[in-house]
Design a binder for this molecule. Structure first.
Ligand code: HEM
Length: 65
């Protein structure tokens, strides 16, 4: 399994070189939301995925705008 072989993906670490603040985070989430809405996934699945992504995105970033 990927996780056993490489360990858990450290989102903080892989984004270290990017300045992520609330504005960029919201743009990113908006892109993800638009992309998901272009799929034929049921609404509840889209909402579930967005819930996870919002939580994950909230763990990344610094205090930049
Ligand atoms: C806060 C919103 C986010 C922003 C603005 C963002 C932006 C970026 C940027 C600019 C890169 C670097 C691309 C490069 O250096 O070529 C990157 C890499 C990456 N991001 Fe995000 N990201 C966000 C959230 C997430 C989330 C939530 C995930 C996972 C669910 C994710 C997964 C990844 C992965 C896997 C990479 C590639 C890392 C590598 O192999 O170098 N990102 N992201």
């Amino acid at each position: 399994m990927y996780v056993q072989k490489f360990g858990h993906v450290n989102l903080m670490k892989i984004h270290e070189h990017v300045e992520i603040g609330p504005a960029l985070r919201n743009l990113w989430l908006d892109c993800m939301s638009r992309a998901l809405n272009e799929t034929s996934l049921p609404n509840e699945t889209v909402e579930e995925v967005m819930r996870h992504l919002t939580k994950a995105a909230g763990t990344i970033g610094h205090d930049q705008p």
